[in-house]
Design a protein around this ligand. Structure first.
Ligand code: PMV
Length: 326
């Protein structure tokens, strides 16, 4: 092998039923299942070249050499794939996000799903979707949900090979829009890997996990039946339960800003007026405002008038990760 290369493209995703806390931190086996939607247009493109002459892996992010910690994480992920291929050859990885770094959008889901697909192809591994999904999970849990297309469910599974995500509906199934109201672009102090490890220190985590199957059933049904009236309360409850766990961890993780709470209240008031709109929030202060396509322009205009909203990104349901011509 002298030079084997491939490229892949993958969307980020937003979880409606959240993944927070692991049964096994090293393998990223989740404490509960989760449901998400891929975000079209919020994407990473990654090229991987395995080259005999390299002594170490190189990682270039958005055109600049990445720091040591990021390079180590990419390298550790490549090791999992090299092990399957039975090779030790090093790689040059070049990754570009089409959304600005520090825009308040998490990139680990699109990053590790694109990296998995590109590296597997470059190594000549012919992996099925489920295999790509559980391999992506090792890099970042939520990355396993960016492998299948559209609306996706990650069943927690019992071990490494049974913990992967599957599509429950294609992107065109439901014309939902995620309007991401950006209120801060600051880098978060505690990232999700550290956050998952703290989840068991909250006395609320057990209750959240115990009730997860019910919320998954309710959310899955609402998506399959395109029932926004049922969808809105269950995704809001789930996000609030995750943040209740975060806020009661030791040490406490408080990701909200005053603007976050203002948006929560605004979205609830707008739904009271009859708009199909609901919020969800990841490990940060920005608010993902879900709306039906029919309400999208109205909601976007209202969001832009809210104090503290720096920008509103818009994403419809997206495809799964796939190889592309470099
Ligand atoms: O995949 P990670 O380790 O970045 O965790 C993602 C955690 C949340 O975004 C807060 C929830 C989720 O299910 O995506």
């Amino acid at each position: 092998m002298t030079s084997l290369s491939a490229s892949a493209r993958s969307c980020s995703n937003i979880a409606f039923i959240k993944y927070w806390g692991n049964r096994d931190d090293a393998l990223r086996l989740p404490a509960n299942g989760s449901i998400s939607m891929n975000l079209a247009g919020i994407e990473t493109i990654t090229r991987v070249e395995f080259r005999q002459e390299l002594e170490v892996d190189q990682f270039i992010l958005n055109g600049a050499l990445a720091d040591a910690a990021a390079t180590r994480r990419v390298s550790a992920h490549l090791d999992h794939l090299r092990k399957i291929a039975g090779t030790a050859v090093k790689a040059r990885v070049s990754s570009t996000n089409n959304f600005p770094t520090g825009a308040g959008i998490a990139s680990s889901a699109s990053a590790f799903s694109a990296l998995t697909v590109a590296a597997a192809k470059a190594l000549g591994l012919d992996l099925e979707e489920a295999e790509l999904s559980y391999m992506a999970r090792l890099g970042s849990g939520s990355a396993c949900r960016s492998i299948p297309s559209g609306f996706v469910e990650w069943r927690p599974g019992l071990d490494h090979v049974s913990s992967y995500a599957v599509s429950i509906a294609p992107p065109e199934h439901w014309d939902l829009v995620d309007l991401v109201a950006i209120v801060s672009t600051a880098h978060k102090e505690v990232g999700s890997t550290g956050g998952h490890a703290l989840a068991p220190t909250s006395p609320l985590q057990d209750a959240r996990v115990r009730d997860a199957e019910r919320r998954l059933d309710e959310c899955r049904r609402a998506i399959l039946e395109r029932d926004f009236k049922a969808f809105a309360p269950i995704i809001e409850l789930d996000a609030l339960m995750m943040h209740a766990v975060m806020m009661t961890s030791q040490p406490a993780l408080i990701y909200w800003l005053p603007e976050t709470l203002q948006l929560i209240n605004a979205v609830r008031a707008w739904r009271g007026e009859g708009l199909d709109v609901a919020f969800t929030i990841d490990a940060g202060p920005n608010v993902h405002v879900m709306a039906t396509a029919a309400n999208c322009l109205e909601v976007e205009a209202r969001l832009k008038q809210q104090p503290g909203v720096i920008n509103v990104l818009k994403a419809r349901p997206g495809a799964g990760a796939h190889a592309v011509q470099a």
